[in-house]
Design a protein. Structure first.
Length: 68
């Protein structure tokens, strides 16, 4: 489990449920809805980072593979 902080309201989050996918959720009113599922890792995703200036997501997996 990882924690994060934000300076303002959060409209989207990316997370992995201990598998090889990254789920992106967006906030619609008071609900979070799945917007997209990213795939590309053979084994579980071990890290996610979202660059706010470029809106790109980089992930790393259990076999040291990076996906951008």
């Amino acid at each position: 489990m990882a924690l994060f902080t934000s300076r303002g309201p959060v409209a989207e989050v990316a997370l992995s449920l201990n598998n090889n996918e990254v789920n992106i959720y967006g906030r619609a009113a008071s609900e979070w809805k799945l917007q997209e599922t990213l795939q590309g890792h053979d084994l579980r995703v071990t890290g996610i980072d979202w660059a706010p200036s470029t809106n790109r997501i980089v992930t790393c997996g259990a076999v040291s593979l990076l996906c951008i």
